[in-house]
Structures are given as structure tokens and as C-alpha cells.
Ligand binder design. Structure first.
Ligand code: KIV
Length: 264
């Protein structure tokens, strides 16, 4: 049965922790769906992990629609959430409604995600009124990387923690069905989580969130270089892909591949 936002709210009511993962293409989405992952996020991390940009800022609506549609074709039951890219909702609520509408109409998403509270709370209310389910995102909001002077842990002072708590409450009141908490101290995430009826989905936010999310390439051990402390890789596909490519190249060079059984 396809997962709905009502199911997501019910997970929290029943105290059931759940997992969300990102995906950017149809076969990956199919595998996550078959594994029973209830929410697949087509994150704007697309820009960094798939398209090779240094930040998420260059990602366009067309990029997001293209990849969200691929994921939606691969996922039968999971709720597909399409991320609203930088400048698709910041300038006006009208932009936000039109762009979020594209993610549902052309991308086949079941919901959208956007970053921040403050002025965006009204945007969340407008989208919800328009029938578009919204997931919030607080703490480290990577689209504000320039304003934040880098990818840093947020909510470390009492003032910043209070802002996070009130921002989360405002997003909930505006109709958000869940909130991602990224890179915030565990104790702050715990306070935010216990103050909300909707689930929090943590990434670098400790064990007290209602759910956890990881990015596909981190989760599968494909990302190169130093990983943030919160990442746990559940496979070493980077090593496996390098080994497989090396084996293929060697067998082509020594004539072992293709063998008679691969030949017409
Ligand atoms: O864009 C993304 O993949 C995200 C997750 C890190 C939550 O926002």
C-alpha cells in the first residue's frame, strides 16, 4: 500500500521509528521500495552527490523534476518527497506554489521539502492550502551555506536552540507533516522532537529523533574523502565498484571476457 502523510503522522503516534533515504534514479528507488523504506527523498544533495557541484545552490527546478520523476517511476509504495531547490520558493509564495506543483504534476512526488522557518512558514501554509504536503528542514540548511559561512552544527547557543524549537512549532502549525533536523546537538533535537506531534527526521541530530535519514552515496560507501561524524556506511560499494571495474578491464585485456557463453 502506498505510504501517505497520514501514515507518517501515525508512525509518531504509535512511537514507531522509521528510516528515510535519498535516491535520485528509478532503479535505486525500486531497491529502497522493495526493502520497505517508507519515505524516499529526492534531495537537492543531487547537486553534490550526482551532478558534482560543490554545494546545492546550482540545482534547478528542471533538475529536480527530472530526477523526482525517475524516482517516482521506481517507487511503488514509498512516499516520494521532492526537494525544492535554492530560489524555487525564497522569492515569493507564488513561485513556491507553482514550483512545488511541478514536483507533484510532472515529477510524480507525493510531497515536497523546503528549508527554514521564518518567512517560509507562510510558504508552507500556502502550499498546504494548495493541497501540497510539505516536509520542513531546520538546523543546518545547506541552501543557506553562504549565510551560515559553511556546513556547521547549528542550535548550539540557548538563543539558537530556542529559535529551532519555535521554528519547528511554527512549521507544524502551518501544516508541515514532518521536519528534518540536520546537524543539531542531540539534546536540542530531543526537545524539538518531544514538543511536536509530527515526526522529526534526524541527520546528525542524535538518537532522539522519530526517524533518521542518510544520503544514498554516504549510506552505501560511495562518497570519497572524510565523511561527517554522523554518517554510517552500510556497505562499501565504492571499493566494490573499483574492484569490479578493475576485473572487467583485466578480463577484456587478457581476452577472458567475453567467453563462449557470452557470445552469439
Ligand atoms: O538534500 C538532501 O539530501 C537533504 C537530506 C540531507 C536531508 O536535504
Amino acid at each position: 500500500m502506498p505510504v501517505t502523510i497520514m501514515d507518517v503522522r501515525a508512525f509518531k503516534q504509535r512511537g514507531e521509528r522509521f528510516a528515510m533515504l535519498t535516491a535520485y534514479d528509478a532503479p535505486s528507488a525500486r531497491l529502497l521500495d522493495e526493502a520497505g523504506i517508507p519515505i524516499i527523498l529526492v534531495g537537492d544533495t543531487l547537486g553534490m552527490v550526482v551532478l558534482g557541484h560543490p554545494t546545492t545552490l546550482p540545482v534547478t527546478m528542471d533538475d529536480m523534476v527530472h530526477h523526482t520523476a525517475a524516482v517516482a517511476r521506481g517507487a511503488k509504495n514509498a512516499l516520494v518527497v521532492g526537494d525544492m531547490p535554492f530560489m524555487s520558493y525564497q522569492a515569493s509564495a507564488e513561485d513556491a506554489v507553482r514550483n512545488a506543483g511541478r514536483l507533484l504534476k510532472e515529477g510524480g512526488a507525493g510531497a515536497v521539502k523546503l528549508e527554514g522557518a521564518g518567512r517560509n512558514v507562510e510558504v508552507v501554509a500556502r502550499l498546504t492550502e494548495a493541497g501540497i504536503p510539505v516536509m520542513g528542514h531546520l538546523g543546518l540548511t545547506p541552501q543557506s551555506v553562504k549565510q551560515l559561512s559553511g556546513h556547521r552544527v547549528q542550535g548550539k547557543t540557548e538563543e539558537a536552540a530556542a529559535q529551532l524549537r519555535s521554528g519547528a512549532k511554527e512549521l507544524e502549525a502551518a501544516g508541515a507533516f514532518a521536519v528534518v533536523l540536520e546537524a543539531v546537538p542531540s539534546a536540542v533535537a530531543q526537545e524539538v522532537t518531544s514538543g511536536l506531534a509530527i515526526p522529526t527526521i534526524g541527520i546528525g541530530a542524535g538518537p532522539h529523533c522519530d526517524a533518521q535519514v542518510l544520503v544514498w552515496h554516504d549510506f552505501l560507501g560511495i562518497t570519497e574523502g572524510r565523511l561527517p561524524r554522523f554518517v554510517k556506511s552500510y556497505a562499501s560499494l565504492g571499493d566494490e565498484i573499483r574492484a569490479a571495474a578493475g576485473a572487467f578491464a583485466r578480463e577484456v585485456a587478457d581476452g577472458t571476457y567475453p567467453a563462449p557463453e557470452h557470445t552469439y
